[in-house]
Ligand binder design. Structure first.
Ligand code: TRP
Length: 344
């Protein structure tokens, strides 16, 4: 019997805050689904987070186990998914060092995501090198595990494009095939809007419902959601489009027929925001209860052990790729028999 190796999937999250409903429908759900058919790695990207928070490392460190708790709470299983911590895998910065030779500064400057971030952070002329090079560190993350599928949002597409450029250059230059090209796996679900209706749900904008939120907080957030400012009396016709409550009902309520009837009624007039919010609150409370309970049942020790074991495995896989990379360049001095005259 021929056993086909499972394809490798790799994703990562910066540990800078708890995960919210946007992460859940945008990426966590697909990770849960993909873990049984792929060899899945999920990385806690603390090194990448430090490119932003090097002045406040505590913020990153404190969120490592939090994010792992979120993973396990939604159903990512340590038996099926390797969860690991980026900073522990020293093969990653080593690979980055070799990749840096292959990519020019101006090529990195052309990355639209990085460009937007430079603008947004107001770096001006003093862009930290660590920040500037993080797409190459991401290239190392992806190639170290020979990942072929990268489930990410659209803003990450330039990183995958860069990765494939490095892979092709490296393989050609050093006549090897040790690095693999990868492709993005874009979620079919768009970005979830924040409860304020203004932009995407995000921790920094304080407009998201977190997987760890208490029932009271969830309720409060649902009741503060942006609806239709023109919908004043119950009898007034209301707007469905741009109405956050409907966006969330579409995303989280399984009773699609009921929603479409509610939309009709709301547009016609005669359906109050409070009735609608109370329905959404019920839906979210029901969905988030088991997640919160699972989250609360996980001890720190258990989360730590999961990270430790996953990291050991990740280290050995990445080390093997590093070895191949060094061999391809010809700097594998001590892997070969030291008496081999080819080297010394
Ligand atoms: N850049 C990703 C983010 O900000 C995190 C990340 C780091 C990542 N390394 C990765 C994602 C490798 C996919 C593959 O969320």
């Amino acid at each position: 019997m021929i056993v086909m190796a499972k394809k490798v999937i790799l994703t990562g999250d910066r540990p800078t805050g708890n995960l919210h409903l946007g992460h859940w429908i945008g990426s966590l759900e697909s990770r849960v689904e993909l873990q049984s058919t792929y060899d899945q790695y999920v990385m806690v990207a603390d090194v990448q987070a430090l490119t932003d928070y090097f002045g406040n490392p505590k913020k990153v460190v404190d969120n490592v186990l939090e994010i792992v708790a979120d993973y396990l709470a939604v159903g990512i299983e340590p038996e099926l998914t390797t969860i690991f911590i980026q900073s522990e895998v020293s093969a990653l910065p080593e690979l980055t060092a070799y990749y840096m030779n292959l990519i020019s500064v101006s090529r990195l400057e052309r990355n639209p995501t990085v460009k937007a971030e430079i603008e947004q952070k107001g770096f001006g002329e003093s862009i930290p090198t660590g920040f500037f090079c993080y797409p190459l560190s991401q290239t190392a993350d992806i190639t170290a595990f020979k990942a072929e599928l990268i489930p990410v949002g659209e803003d990450q597409l330039p990183m995958i494009e860069l990765t494939n450029e490095v892979v092709r250059k490296f393989n050609r230059l050093y006549s090897t095939d040790c690095l693999k090209e990868s492709e993005a796996y874009l979620s079919s679900v768009g970005r979830l809007v924040g409860i304020d209706g203004k932009s995407k749900a995000s921790k920094s904008l304080n407009n998201a419902i977190f997987l760890s939120d208490s029932p009271e907080i969830i309720r409060e957030k649902v009741y503060s959601m942006f609806t239709d400012p023109g919908h004043i009396r119950i009898s007034d016709p209301g707007k469905v489009e741009g109405n956050v409550v409907f966006v969330y009902l579409d995303a989280f309520c399984d009773e699609k027929e009921e929603i479409s009837l509610l939309k009709e009624k709301y547009s016609r007039g005669g359906l109050g925001d409070t009735t609608l919010k109370s329905l959404l609150n019920d839906v979210l409370q029901k969905k988030l209860k088991p997640i919160r309970e699972k989250r609360e049942s996980l001890s720190k020790k258990y989360l730590f052990d999961i990270c430790f074991e996953g990291t050991q495995k990740a280290k050995s896989v990445a080390q093997k790729t590093l070895q191949e990379v060094k061999e391809a360049i010809g700097i594998d001095y001590f892997y070969k028999n030291p008496c081999d005259s080819r080297v010394f």
